[in-house]
Design a protein around this ligand. Structure first.
Ligand code: F6R
Length: 609
């Protein structure tokens, strides 16, 4: 998830682009760059780190020119560095890109054979070379871009310049967001509205497969294949604050709604569908190394620890390897049994959590093979582990983790497929079935998000409770824990998660008509047992909010309130169940008037012990 901005008009491009990038920094901030074209030659300034570094460079060495493109990066392919920062250039072609090109390695090999040499590790540079190559055979720049884009698989929003066509800017989109701003004799392109809201409120929203060329004061829209289309502008009357959050009231709500995209990005380019296997680009352990793993320990804190608990079910259930799950702050002080036959998996959104980092170091010092599941590229944990599976959630700004959690579950599921294929506990057919199910998840999360209004009403009904219980069994028990954590951290209501079957060993004493009990009861293995636990609550006067499979009349008959989620595959229920629980916490918190995005006493990244 990166941010792009383009400008063409009568003003100096670079200051406009820089201001736009500042508004997009929430989309990525590990490096940034701007290119501008003046008198037929382009100049590119790039810098690693936050945008302020680029701003300092531009102060000393300003760019001139009335057409330009800029980028703020959230690394996916290639570590954060100046060399991997956008814009990228090949021959006369300069490009910025947001998205992931799935077939870039294959294209890169072909281009290398044709004599192209690459400076960066990015997938983006491949597009620039592809256009440069196409220019040799195509009639003109526009056609060369179209031909090249049609060869890409994956997702992109791109802005492209050509030294040899100084009055032209091209932009196109497939799967990544893009908006075009219409000004007085000037045009703007951006990943998101806030970047250009200060300059225009007339916006054209680009759809997948669309292309726009700006030249001589005009914007001509078409499909990438070249069919002309008619696009209408919309007037945007958002306030700048609303725009920053994509029209949502809070970052948390925005991030909850980004989950279909986040899961799509996390699986993009990694599925080997015919082989029933996955490719994890930064996890270059051989099948033999993976098959030799006899024991796994997963270590994390907070929400990431809840993901780890689900991971235990995946790996033990499908790969038949014993898995322990440890809280990082406990692991490092308890003289754990770890040796060369142990695989340590650490999970961290930020990659900077002090306890998790220390636990990784502890496991390494005891000889464990180790990998990280991380969201922030090149974070300390990512750098220090031997292999890493990046979740491509994009920057998470709301303190309460939502999209990072769901992508951690996705990464664990991907890793389970890889491990199971390597140690032969998952055969090709089984792997193919798992992949097919995973591919349906983004669409089903979209469906679950439609529950938003209903969950808001439910929140109104239960918001005044002092305590909540969350119950689940099996791999849904960690989701009960996560639901309870979400509620307490942002609404300050006391909440506890319990394995449903454990309730009668103590917590049942808490049940009365004042305690809402959220029961996770989708169809599956432990369905009937969970129904019995739900009955135990009801007979004691408890008020049940059941999260069940769509159309489950049995549950609807019993529970005071039901939330129905799509039913797909038991193993993937945790991803779908998470969505209404996030929404419930969110709405209760809004109704109570707490600070949703920055709850009291909490920090996004806990870099102290
Ligand atoms: C809860 C939350 C925290 C983090 C925990 C670990 O919503 O965000 O519990 O999960 O602090 O952080 P990371 O994953 O960055 O190591």
């Amino acid at each position: 998830m990166c941010g792009i901005v383009g400008y063409i008009g009568e003003q100096q491009a670079s200051p406009i682009i820089l201001e736009g990038l500042k508004k997009l920094e929430y989309r990525g901030y590990d490096s940034a760059g701007i290119a501008s074209l003046d008198n037929g030659s382009s100049v590119i300034r790039r810098s690693q780190g936050k945008l302020v570094n680029l701003e300092n460079i531009l102060r000393d060495q300003p760019l001139t020119g009335k057409v330009g493109i800029g980028h703020t990066r959230w690394a996916t392919h290639g570590k954060p560095s100046e060399i991997n920062a956008h814009p990228h250039k090949a021959g006369s072609i300069i490009i910025v890109h947001n998205g992931i090109i799935e077939n870039y390695l294959q294209l890169k090999d072909q281009l290398k054979q044709l004599g192209h040499t690459f400076k960066s590790e990015t997938d983006t540079e491949v597009i620039a070379h592809l256009i440069e190559e196409s220019l040799k055979t195509e009639a003109d720049f526009e056609q060369a871009v179209r031909t090249s884009l049609l060869q890409l698989r994956g997702a992109y929003a791109v802005c492209i310049l050509n030294d040899k066509e100084p009055g032209v800017l091209i932009a196109a989109k497939l799967g990544s967001p893009m908006v075009v701003g219409l000004g007085e004799k000037e045009f703007f392109v951006a990943s998101d509205i806030p970047a250009i809201l200060a300059y225009t409120r007339e916006m054209v929203f680009m759809e997948d497969g669309e292309f726009v060329i700006f030249r001589s004061g005009t914007a001509v829209f078409s499909t990438i294949a070249g069919n002309s289309i008619d696009k209408k502008a919309r007037h945007i009357d958002w306030s700048p604050m609303m725009a920053e959050k994509g029209g949502f009231r809070h970052f948390m709500l925005k991030e909850i709604h980004e989950q279909p995209r986040a899961v799509r990005d996390t699986i993009a380019g990694r599925l080997l569908e015919l082989d029933g296997d996955v490719y994890l680009e930064n996890l270059q352990f051989s099948d033999r190394q993976l098959a030799a793993v006899k024991r796994i320990i997963i270590i994390a804190c907070g929400t990431s620890w809840h993901a780890a608990l689900v991971g235990k079910f995946y790996i033990e259930g499908l790969c038949r390897i014993p898995v322990e799950v440890d809280i990082a702050s406990e692991f490092r002080y308890r003289n754990p049994v770890v040796d060369e036959n142990t695989l340590a998996i650490v999970i961290s959104q930020s990659g900077e959590t002090a306890d998790t980092l220390a636990a990784l170091r502890e496991a390494k010092s005891r000889g464990a093979l180790n990998i990280a599941i991380c969201n922030v590229v090149d974070s300390s944990i990512a750098r220090e582990s031997s292999g890493v599976i990046y979740t491509h959630a994009g920057p998470e700004i709301g303190v309460a983790s939502t999209k990072a959690f769901v992508t951690q579950l996705t990464a664990l599921y991907l890793f389970t497929i890889r491990l199971g294929r390597a140690n032969c506990t998952i055969d090709v057919l089984h792997g193919q079935r798992m992949i097919a199910a995973l591919k349906k998840i983004p669409g089903l999360i979209e469906e679950a998000l439609r529950l938003n209004d209903k969950v808001e009403k439910i929140a109104k009904k239960y918001m005044n409770a002092r305590d909540f219980l969350y119950l689940g069994r099996g791999k849904n028990f960690p989701i009960a824990l996560e639901g309870a954590l979400k509620l307490k951290e942002i609404s300050y209501i006391h909440a506890e998660g319990y394995p449903a079957g454990e309730m009668k060993h103590g917590p049942i004493a808490l049940i009365d008509e004042n305690v809402p009990v959220v029961v996770l009861v989708p169809k599956g293995n432990s369905y009937e047992k969970t129904i019995s636990n739900m009955e135990e609550v009801i007979t004691r006067g408890g008020r049940v909010i059941a999260v069940c499979s769509t159309g489950d009349e049995e549950v609807k008959k019993r529970a005071e309130t039901t939330i129905e989620i799509p039913n797909l595959d038991e193993d993937l229920d945790p991803l779908l169940l998470s969505v209404p629980l996030q929404l419930l916490s969110y709405h209760i918190s809004v109704l109570k008037g707490t600070d949703v995005d920055q709850p009291r006493n909490l920090a996004k990244s806990v870099t102290v012990e």
